[in-house]
Design a binder for this molecule. Structure first.
Ligand SMILES: Nc1ncnc2c1ncn2[C@@H]1O[C@H](COP(=O)(O)OP(=O)(O)OP(=O)(O)O)[C@@H](O)[C@H]1O
Ligand SMILES: [Mg+2]
Length: 313
């Protein structure tokens, strides 16, 4: 045991990923308790600062996905309250959560990303009508497209458009998740996620949904996605993927654990989709699976994350 301090496992919250976060939080809470830590489970609903004080939290283990738990808001509150926390700091969390900001940073670091354009609601809703002509200068690449909310997670609100006739309907749908959307070129290829802890690359996994893309259903319905650990790529490609993933993690200034989602196209070019600063942490989530492959069992991973939070300067 590395500390006798009270650890608050922050989970739940009000984002669209509440249910997933509760599962991550429960798994972390159980692992910490099984290692003998004094842990309290906090469902982050209304007044977080009051809950932290009432429960005497001295270190925060953030298991929140999406919304204010992942975008830097909760991290900022903990900074102000002087409570050490797991994972990335305020700026890295904010950048990683915003797919427009992170892609711009990646481009500055020569990290390849799919061609993309960002559209705000007022740019295309003109006189109460969706005006698709106004998209042409912003999205100057051919179909298929992937339409996403700029700040989403768990594939919620994401659609793939292959047919021109469905563009308006799917854009409209994505705007129900936020006022800013990102349209990316769909990259055909292998999907590979790389797990990182600090400056150590833990390894990777190839994600192969049996049909379609890695949607919410494909992520959370057992049996409909195949996971290949380590990915079936040649050694030099694997090394490149790991190097690019670490570069993306560092470009945003991430700390602790991240999971970098990438697509490897048919010419072996890796494209970074995003860096997840609070990846899913149930025992069967991808990051813990990757960590296990590198020799770190789930409770060790939780303990190492705690240690990193406590030793951050
Ligand atoms: N440009 C793209 N080309 C091909 N497939 C894509 C592209 N963008 C996204 N996808 C597919 O959609 C999935 C979700 O995309 P992304 O990782 O950007 O979203 P997310 O909602 O932030 O996911 P997460 O659950 O990892 O937070 C990817 O795992 C991939 O299967
Ligand atoms: Mg992703």
């Amino acid at each position: 045991m590395i500390t006798k301090k009270t650890i608050g496992v922050l989970a739940g919250g009000r984002s669209a990923e509440r249910e997933v976060s509760l599962k991550s939080g429960e798994a972390i809470y159980k692992a910490l308790v099984s290692c003998g830590y004094d842990a309290v489970f906090i469902d982050v609903l209304d007044n977080l600062s009051d809950s932290l004080k009432e429960n005497g939290v001295e270190i925060a283990f953030i298991s929140l996905h999406g919304g204010s738990g992942e975008n830097g808001d909760v991290q900022g509150l903990l900074e102000v309250m002087g409570i050490p926390y797991t994972g990335s700091g305020v700026l890295a969390s904010t950048l990683a959560m915003d797919k427009e900001a992170s892609k711009k940073v990646f481009l500055c670091h020569d990290i390849s990303v799919p061609p993309f354009g960002v559209v705000r609601r007022e740019q295309i809703w003109i006189n109460g009508k969706l005006n698709l002509d106004s998209i042409t200068p912003i999205v100057n690449f051919s179909l298929p497209w992937v339409i996403k909310p700029v700040a989403g997670g768990s594939s919620i609100g994401i659609s793939i458009v292959r047919d021109k006739a469905r563009i308006a309907e799917l854009i409209d749908l994505t705007f129900s998740y936020g006022d800013k959307i990102i349209i990316e070129k769909y990259i055909e290829g292998k999907e590979i996620h790389i797990g990182i802890f600090g400056q150590r690359v833990l390894g990777g996994v190839e994600v192969k949904p049996l049909t379609g893309f890695y949607s919410y259903e494909a992520k959370y319905t057992p049996g409909i996605t195949q996971y290949i650990l380590p990915p079936e790529v040649d050694d030099s490609t694997y090394e490149t993927l790991k190097m690019v993933a670490l570069k993306a993690h560092n470009a945003l200034g991430c700390e602790g654990v991240t999971r970098v989602d990438m697509i490897l196209d048919e010419y072996n070019n890796p494209y970074v989709l995003e860096v997840n600063t609070i990846p899913g942490m149930t025992e069967t989530s991808l990051l813990p699976k990757i960590a296990r492959l590198s020799g770190m069992e789930f409770p060790d991973l939780a303990e190492e994350m705690l240690k990193a939070a406590m030793t951050r300067p």
